[in-house]
Design a protein around this ligand. Structure first.
Ligand SMILES: Nc1nc2c(c(=O)[nH]1)N[C@H]1C(S)=C(S)[C@@H](COP(=O)(O)OP(=O)(O)OC[C@H]3O[C@@H](n4cnc5c(=O)[nH]c(N)nc54)[C@H](O)[C@@H]3O)O[C@H]1N2
Ligand SMILES: Nc1nc2c(c(=O)[nH]1)N[C@H]1C(S)=C(S)[C@@H](COP(=O)(O)OP(=O)(O)OC[C@H]3O[C@@H](n4cnc5c(=O)[nH]c(N)nc54)[C@H](O)[C@@H]3O)O[C@H]1N2
Ligand code: SF4
Ligand SMILES: [Mo]
Length: 573
């Protein structure tokens, strides 16, 4: 049998399920080509929640469902994370929408950057490995494919590689060029690149004339910043930028951007600035070219689970204001910024239900815990944010454990069509067949070949942004970066234990330090890392204390968490 990996990832691997539910890669899949990452390879090793419980005492599923019915009559919040990205995961919203619960808007993930892309291009289309394979130069800008997008790697073989990242990733070590910029400065780098490219006559006049708006204002804006100021903000030598420009001049260029660049208050403007650089050199709508971010995976597909109830910004949602909080597929007590505040708010909520696969900080805080079925035990469909292939996820095995999102919704009294009907409806709304694979119609031709999706139908250059950090804030203390790790998926699977520090501090591996952000403090175990800039610390997403010091704040646009918008000091070591 064949299914698709449900995890939050660019790749959307096609998975073969063998005897004893052994999982292996599907060699026939055009993108994922037969291998899986450590997370799915070890999927069965992780202990699941097996029984529903109320305040620590085992109860039956029937009792659990009666409790949800009763609690949902009160002021309710429905909170969903990204533990499983299948579209059927959203069906539970039908019940909560009917009961007038609040939902969330925005994300802990990519929504700041997404907002900026929508401002410039209308929608965010993924840059598929199929397209990247036709490029000459591939730029990884705040994206680390070795950990988060490994199925891109076969498609970039033999190409020139540029990495733009404050951390010297393993890919950066092998790349033709690594721009190890200061964190939070990508916007300044993009502006400097644009200025220098213009001086070098690299702008695509025809593209700018026919397909864009606001170019003159963009030029005025980037020219209003002295080049030495831009250079000092991003801490990248202009000689290196010259080298970068000569590397890409006249070439087919793909820029693959990750979430790293936009975990900041003005994250939307960062993506807009990178896009503006791309538009200026004319890399949209052409084969083997483009700027790709996390694509809007369900673009063009019908959504059978639309809600009409009130929505509150997700990263700063106040759980304590609700009498009932229903948490599905998420671990907010670890993954939301400012964990201590979040945990306090969860404790002060009237009644908390957690619906998931694994025990975690959130399940420990919940009154009611309900085990979910895993992706092999229910019917679903995966639309991924990294490429155009539709991933089917048929039910493959039976299990005594847990309940699916579909069954739960049904038992809560909502009249539903069959799972197959929903899935068929979604698939048929926006897909076509190519070589036996279902492909999203949104990718029938090269992204943005015929149009941008803005009101004008043209790309809109940016001409302003708002950064409220002054030199003092920029120069004090250490940046606290976060990134993703190979063998964990956020808080799932094997999470990391260390705070990575620059070797110049002379700390010993295994020693303890206490960091402070001025409000909160936290003790960490140190590991030296020569790949870090001297002004940075690094914690991997999923570390148990990854979010003790991250700010309870939201991006200017897009209602996104801004994990890296923080400076820290060592207060004891
Ligand atoms: N194995 C694995 N795969 C995953 C995940 C996982 O947890 N584990 N998570 C999934 C999820 S939820 C997502 S959203 C994607 C994210 O995929 P990516 O965007 O690739 O993930 P990150 O590791 O958060 O960020 C990438 C890089 O941004 C860098 N960075 C940090 N700050 C800055 C900055 O200011 N500027 C620049 N230029 N770079 C910066 C980091 O050093 C890091 O190398 O990955 C998905 N895939
Ligand atoms: N410091 C820091 N914090 C971060 C990040 C960072 O880079 N740094 N990254 C952020 C990003 S990009 C993201 S996307 C978020 C992710 O944060 P979350 O959305 O909280 O994701 P996970 O930590 O993967 O936890 C998902 C949970 O879903 C449950 N689950 C898995 N499969 C299913 C299923 O089929 N059904 C149900 N009902 N439950 C299931 C599992 O029990 C698991 O514990 O974290 C964010 N937090
Ligand atoms: S997490 Fe990503 S790379 Fe790993 S198996 Fe799933 S889709 Fe593939
Ligand atoms: Mo994410």
């Amino acid at each position: 049998m064949t299914t698709t990996c449900p995890l939050d990832c660019f790749d959307g691997c096609s998975v073969k399920v063998g005897d004893n539910l052994k999982l292996s890669g599907d060699k026939s899949h055009p993108i994922t080509q037969g291998f899986l990452c450590p997370n799915l390879n070890n999927f069965h090793k992780f202990e699941r929640i097996t029984k529903p419980r109320l305040n620590g005492k085992e109860i039956s599923l029937k009792e659990a469902i009666e409790i949800i019915k009763k609690e949902s009559k009160k002021r309710t919040l429905f909170f969903k994370g990204s533990g499983n990205l299948g579209i059927m995961q959203n069906i539970t919203k039908l019940f909560f929408d009917k009961h007038g619960a609040d939902f969330t808007t925005g994300s802990l993930c990519d929504s700041a950057g997404d907002y900026g892309i929508e401002e410039g291009r209308g929608v965010s289309l993924a840059l598929s490995p199929n397209e990247v394979s036709k490029s000459d130069v591939v730029i990884f800008w705040g994206r680390n494919p070795l950990a988060t997008n490994s199925h891109m790697l076969p498609f970039i073989k033999g190409k020139q590689i540029v990495v733009i990242d404050p951390y010297k990733t393993d890919l950066a070590k092998k790349a033709d060029l690594h721009l190890q910029l200061k964190p939070r400065s990508d916007i300044y780098l993009a502006m400097l690149m644009s200025r220098m490219a213009y001086m070098d006559r690299m702008e695509d006049e025809e593209f700018i004339e026919k397909r864009t708006e606001n170019f003159e204002e963009f030029l005025d804006f980037i020219n209003s910043h002295p080049m030495v100021f831009l250079e000092s903000r991003c801490d990248v030598d202009m000689i290196k930028i010259d080298k970068f420009l000569s590397l890409i001049k006249g070439k087919k260029v793909s820029i693959l951007v990750g979430v790293g660049v936009q975990k900041y208050s003005f994250g939307h403007s960062v993506l807009r600035a990178i896009d503006s650089f791309g538009a200026m050199i004319g890399i949209f709508g052409k084969e083997g070219c483009g700027v790709g971010y996390l694509g809007e995976s369900s673009l063009g597909f019908k959504n059978p689970f639309l809600t009409k109830s009130n929505k509150v910004p997700l990263p700063t949602v106040d759980f304590s204001k609700y009498e009932f909080v229903f948490i599905q597929g998420a671990n907010p007590a670890r993954q939301m910024p400012c964990s201590l505040k979040v945990r306090e708010k969860l404790k002060n909520a009237g009644f908390v239900a957690y619906f998931g696969l694994y025990e975690n900080e959130t399940s420990k805080l919940a009154n009611l815990v309900i085990p979910a079925k895993n992706f092999l035990e229910k019917d679903d469909l995966k639309l991924t944010y990294g490429h155009e292939y539709v991933g089917f996820m048929p039910k493959i095995s039976d299990s005594e454990i847990g309940i699916s999102e579909y069954e739960l919704t049904k038992m809560l009294g909502i009249e539903l069509k069959s799972e197959k009907d929903y899935i068929d409806e979604v698939v048929s709304s926006n897909s076509f067949l190519r070589d036996g694979w279902h492909i999203s119609k949104s990718y029938e031709s090269t992204p943005y070949k015929d149009k941008f999706y803005t009101q004008s139908g043209k790309f809109e250059f940016f001409d302003d942004f708002d950064d409220d950090w002054d030199e003092e804030r920029i120069n004090e203390g250490f940046y606290l970066l976060s990134a993703k790790k190979n063998n964990s998926l956020n808080s799932q699977f094997c999470t990391d234990k260390y705070l990575y520090v620059p070797t110049s501090l002379g700390l010993n591996d295994g020693s303890k330090v206490v960091l402070s952000n001025g409000v909160y403090e936290c003790e960490y175990i140190v590991k030296n890392d020569e790949n870090l800039r001297e002004d940075c610390f690094l914690l991997y997403s999923g570390h148990k204390d990854a979010n003790i010091l991250t700010p309870f704040e939201i991006s200017q646009e897009g209602n996104c968490a801004i994990f890296n918008e923080v400076k820290c000091k060592i207060i004891s070591s």
